[in-house]
Ligand binder design. Sequence first.
Ligand SMILES: [Zn+2]
Length: 140
Amino acid sequence: MSKKFKDCLTQSDKQAICTNFPALFKRHPAIDIGPGWENLIVKLCEEIVNTIKGTGVEIDILQIKEKFGTLRFYITRNQKALNEDNKYILSLVNSLISEAEDQSGRVCETCGSTKNVKTEECRNYYIKTLCKQCKFLYWL
Ligand SMILES: [Zn+2]
């Protein structure tokens, strides 16, 4: 494996994300994604925080990872019962998550580029979303 290979966010990058969104990261979830998707999840966390602000809805992130080449973002809610307003807020949050997961299929997980990006099988049969250059540098 190449020394230049950048598969995962560094520990300090992960810590910074958790520190910036204390309301969402109470459980210290696993974050297993490449650095190219950092902006994508930071933007998503900002949108979730803005959506739930002042509503009483509480959300904890359980896990953030890559699966079959795209982002998976798992959350849980703290409340046992939700009123209709809160159900609506939760549906907004779920659509924000779906949008980000879709978008991850168009963003290189290693460098964040959106040019010449494809989700396809790479080395060892992994399916990854990568730009042409990162695929050539790290995954061929
Ligand atoms: Zn790339």
